[in-house]
Each structure stands twice: as C-alpha cells, then as structure tokens.
Design a binder for this molecule. Structure first.
Ligand SMILES: Nc1ncnc2c1ncn2[C@@H]1O[C@H](COP(=O)(O)OP(=O)(O)OP(=O)(O)O)[C@@H](O)[C@H]1O
Ligand SMILES: [Mg+2]
Length: 585
C-alpha cells in the first residue's frame, strides 16, 4: 500500500537526488541517525522510569527511590535537549551543502541548454527553478526530513516498548491505522495536483514581473500601467487561490488524525481499564497509565509524520521539475572525441541546408550559400526573410535539419561547439549590454585583451569618449542608461576587440547617424582585411562594395551577384536599390 505514495517517477527522482547529492554524506547521516535513535530511547527510558515511579508511589512509598527516578528522568531529558540542538545544526549544514551542489549543477546545466530552450521558456520559470524550487527542496531535505526521521524513530521505539508491555492492547489501539492511511493517500494525490498547478502560476507571475520591468518604457508610453497591474494582480490571485486550496487539502490531515486518535484513546482507556479490572491479564494501574502516556508521546510524532507526507508530495513535484531540467540535453552534451576547430581563415559554405524553428514550418529548404575568406558577402532581403536565421545557423545557435555547413570543407558538426563559436565576432541585431562599465562591456568579447586593445577598439567604434567619460559607472540593467546608438557602438567595439576570423554584422550600424556610420564603416573596412565578412543590412549603400550579394526572399535565395552585375540588368536587387535611392531623395 505504501508503494502508492510514490510513483515510479518519484522513486527514480528520490534515488537520483540521493546518489548525486546525499550519498557522499552517508557517514554524517548515520551519525545523525544514531543521535536520533538515542533521542527515541530517552522517551522509552522516561516511560520505564515513570512506571517505576508510579509503582513507588502506589506501592512501597520510598521517597529516596522517587528522587533517584526524578534525577534519571532529568538526566535523560538533558541528553535529549543536547541532541535536539546538535541535529538541526548538522542537518542544515548537510542540506545546504547538497542544495549548493544541486544549484551549481543547475546553473551550468541551464547555460548550456540550446537556444531553442530559451526561445520557449519563460524567464520566470527559470528563476522559479533556480531560486524557489531549489530552496523548497532544501528546506525539505533538511529540517522537514530530520523531524520526520525523529518522529519515525520515536514511534518505532515507543511502539516497540508498548508492544512489549501489552501486545493485545497495542493491537487494539492501532486498528484505526488503515483509516489514517486512507486519509493520507487521498489527500496526497490532491496535493500533488495543486502543487503542480501552483508551480505554473508562480512561474507565470515571475515572468510577468520580468516583462514588466523589461518593458516599462513601452508600458508607460502606451499608458498601459493598468493593464499590466491587472495582469500581475491576476497572476498573484492565482497564487492566492492555489495556496488556499493547498492549505485546505493539507488541513484535512490533522483533524483526521485527531479524530482517529480520540478513538485510540477510548480504546486504550476502555480496553486497558477492562484489563486492569479483569483478573485474566497482568495489568496494574501503573502499567496502564504508562501505556496511555506512551500513546500520548506517539501522538505528536504521528501528527507530524502525517503532515510530513503531505509536504513530501509537494516536494516531489519540485524535485521532478528540477530533474526534468537536469535531464534536458545540453548543446554540448555529446562532444566526446570531437576536435577543436582552430584555423586562422575560414571559408564557409552552406550546402543544401534545411531548417525549421520549433513550429515545424521550414524557414529554409535546400539553401546553398558561400562566404569566402577575405571577401565581404552581403545578405539583403525584406524583413522576416530569414537573414538573421542564416547567421544563427552558421554560428550553430540552432541545428540544421538537413544538409551541411562546412568550414574549409569540413562539416562543422565534427568540431566542438566552443571552437566553432570562437571563429566569430558578431555585431548582432539585438544588442546585449550587461550592467557593468562600458570598458568591461567591451572587454567581455575578449577577456585576454590588454587595456590598450580595449582603448583601440573603443576608438575605432567611436565610443572612446563616452567610455572615458563614464569611467567605472555601470550602464544600468540591459544598458538602460545608454542611447541606442551608444549601445550599438559598444557592440561594434566588441567586434573590433575580438580576433576571430569571421566577422558578422547584422544591421550593425542601423542606429548610428550618417557621419558616425561613415566613420565606423571606414574602420570596418580596415578590420575586414583577411577576414570572412558577412553583412546583413537594409541599407543598400553599404553593400555596393561587397564581393558578393545574396538576395533572400521568404527563405529562398532569389538572386546572387554583385552590385555592378545586378545594376547592369533587370534584377530584383536593382528595383529595390532604385526604390531606396528614390526615397532618400
Ligand atoms: N526564435 C524563433 N523561433 C521561431 N521563429 C522564428 C524565430 N526567429 C525568427 N523566426 C521566424 O523566422 C523567420 C525569419 O526570421 P529572421 O529573424 O531570420 O528574419 P530577418 O530576415 O533577419 O528579418 P529582419 O530584417 O526583420 O531582421 C521569420 O518569419 C521569423 O518570424
Ligand atoms: Mg534580422
């Protein structure tokens, strides 16, 4: 019957947690267990002494004996008190250590998950797992489990003693046990369901906080504060409802236990009383009082244990959620035996590649493109045509479903991901700025670069003045204290700092004024020498000098050539170019 408290999944999760995070502490756990057993025996000794004491009172009346018994009882309880201090301290240490390890593993796990995981996972859910759920598991394996162990030990020892005293009376007392079991089982299913729902709701709430703080500008400018408030309040109302439900379900346990216990006492007093009065049993007043006292001692641990089962169900849900994340395959999970790609020049070719994002509709089918070393290759095309996706595939943020991506004629899948990514310096369309100084933000692209290198990169990106002006002051979360063009220039400086052989510029100068753009482009021309340069842009003026231009429409390559060739005939490129020229006039 007990098996039904744990599904196979639960059991596997518990085993997993045990082998990875607790097993190495086995000696300490045994030590704690010994202490707990000693504690249990204190109660048993207390009962034995009490019985003796009662007999002294009822029968011989020797005062000195009574005093001795009292002394022993005090001694026993002092020992229990000392252990009560040591065990929680020890267990908190053990649990914190296990959870620290778990959290470290989770952090390195999450960082290495695929880009597609982050495309589909709310940041709130991640925060929930790394913060709350790990804390929940920590609290559970620490204090909660310790208490439960103590309860179990107390119950076993005292029950053993009571059985030894009178097996019949004990059996009479525990006929109620199946009912308690039934209550626990029915409640535990409910608790699991509520806990699962509640994890979702809390995750949604955290995500809404994250989106609110990230999008506060847009919210304010669109006067959408009230919408946001009601969205967040709604999410927190969900939390409220579920915690009430959870409490309700858990609260069912105690009254059930209390009622059952009342039965037990009635049975013991009635049955025990009968046994004392009847001559057929060797029971006296002292032993029946001791028996009842024993039942009282078991009473609290039994209550505690029943609540433990309720909490256990909730914690199993947390554990499962953590385990699922741990079992998700990371992008570097099978790199054994792969070589590092370490060549100074890179000719890239995409051979008949196909790719689709998670929704399954193909973005590309049988697409082939070449990017030669020492040349500037441009990709143009309307918004949403797939330009950034091409760059994401080359850098292997996503895996192609068919075809090959070759570096110098070798399939990139033969090499470690880290070494492939090392080949690129990227000025991406969505710029990521960290809340550090501008200098640190630039340095991020190449931590081994010298101070002079950073200065030089900042100069080439025309961000040196700002960098010196702001000094060590952090630039705000996600660079919120900077202008769009300033952020872009930091990203450009990163590209100048990185020694990588492939330079990717995705709308790299879109936020710059014409003069700064001209200056930065001149610096880029210098940087591009000897590198494989890939430029994505909507501004045709900056692709005129490209060695090759690809025109992409809705995931299809529609034209390839150079500016001069395109302009010499009727081409899509020519019409787009002329249209832009007209608009500029
Ligand atoms: N992470 C993603 N998950 C699912 N679909 C995506 C994802 N990123 C882009 N898409 C879709 O893939 C298609 C190509 O997008 P992509 O970002 O490559 O376009 P783009 O040519 O760079 O456009 P733009 O000029 O606006 O930057 C679009 O239809 C887009 O909606
Ligand atoms: Mg794009």
């Amino acid at each position: 019957m007990a098996a039904k408290f744990f599904s196979d999944k639960d059991r596997s999760n518990i085993r997993w947690f045990w082998t990875h995070y607790m097993k190495d502490k086995l000696p300490w756990l045994i030590f704690v267990m010994v202490l707990i057993i000693i504690q249990g025996f204190v109660y048993q000794q207390f009962l034995a002494f009490t019985e003796k004491g009662l007999r002294v009172i009822f029968e011989d009346g020797a005062f000195w004996d009574l005093l001795k018994i009292c002394g022993f009882v005090i001694l026993a309880f002092s020992m229990r008190a000392a252990i009560s201090y040591i065990t929680p301290v020890l267990s908190v240490w053990l649990a914190s250590d296990a959870v620290f390890k778990l959290r470290s593993h989770l952090i390195s796990k999450v960082i290495h998950l695929r880009q597609s995981f982050f495309d589909t996972t709310n940041p709130g859910e991640l925060i929930l797992r790394l913060v709350n759920q790990v804390d929940g598991v920590s609290a559970f394996v620490g204090q909660t489990t310790l208490n439960a162990l103590r309860d179990v030990v107390t119950i076993i020892i005292i029950s053993g003693y009571l059985i030894y005293k009178s097996a019949i009376l004990f059996v009479a007392a525990v006929v109620i046990l199946p009912i308690i079991f039934f209550i626990l089982k029915s409640v535990s299913e409910k608790i699991k369901k509520i806990q699962t729902a509640s994890e979702k709701v809390v995750g949604a709430y955290m995500t809404s906080i994250n989106e609110m703080s990230g999008g506060i500008r847009t919210i304010k400018m669109s006067n959408q504060e009230d919408t946001e408030i009601s969205r967040m309040v709604e999410a927190s109302a969900g939390i409220k409802d579920l915690s009430i439900k959870l409490q309700k379900a858990q609260a069912l346990v105690l009254p059930g236990i209390d009622l059952s216990s009342a039965f037990v006492f009635v049975l013991v007093i009635g049955g025990g009383g009968y046994m004392v009065l009847s001559d057929d049993f060797q029971m006296d007043g002292a032993s029946i009082i001791t028996f009842i006292l024993g039942m009282v001692i078991i009473f609290d641990p039994a209550r505690g244990l029943s609540q433990f089962f309720a909490k256990l169900q909730a914690s199993l849900i947390l554990l499962d959620s953590i385990r699922v994340l741990m079992d998700t395959k990371g992008e570097k999970s099978n790199e054994d035996g792969k070589m590092a790609f370490a060549e100074d020049t890179v000719d890239i070719s995409m051979n008949k590649i196909s790719f689709s994002y998670l929704d399954g509709t193909d973005v590309f089918e049988d697409m082939s493109l070449q990017f030669k070393s020492g040349a500037k290759t441009a990709i143009v095309g309307s918004t949403g045509s797939g330009k950034t996706t091409i760059l994401s595939l080359i850098t292997r943020l996503y895996e192609i479903s068919d075809g090959q991506i070759m570096f110098n004629g070798k399939d990139t899948r033969e090499f470690t991901l880290g070494s492939i990514r090392n080949c690129f310096s990227v000025v991406a369309q969505d710029i990521v700025i960290f809340n550090k100084s501008i200098r640190d933000n630039i340095h991020y692209a190449n931590p081994s670069a010298s101070v002079e290198d950073v200065d030089q990169a900042a100069r080439l990106a025309r961000v040196d003045g700002l960098m010196h002006e702001r000094g060590d002051i952090p630039v705000g979360p996600e660079g919120s204290q900077l202008s769009g063009g300033q952020k872009q220039r930091i990203a450009i400086a990163r590209a100048f700092l990185s020694p990588a052989p492939v330079l990717i510029l995705d709308e790299a100068t879109s936020a710059l004024d014409a003069l700064t753009e001209k200056q930065v482009n001149d610096s880029f021309a210098e940087l591009q020498k000897g590198k494989t340069t890939i430029v994505v842009t909507h501004k045709f003026a900056s692709v005129i000098d490209a060695d090759k231009i690809y025109v992409i429409e809705s995931g299809k390559l529609v034209e390839e050539g150079t500016h001069l060739k395109f302009m010499a005939r009727d081409s899509i490129y020519k019409s787009l170019f002329n249209a832009q020229l007209r608009d500029a006039k």
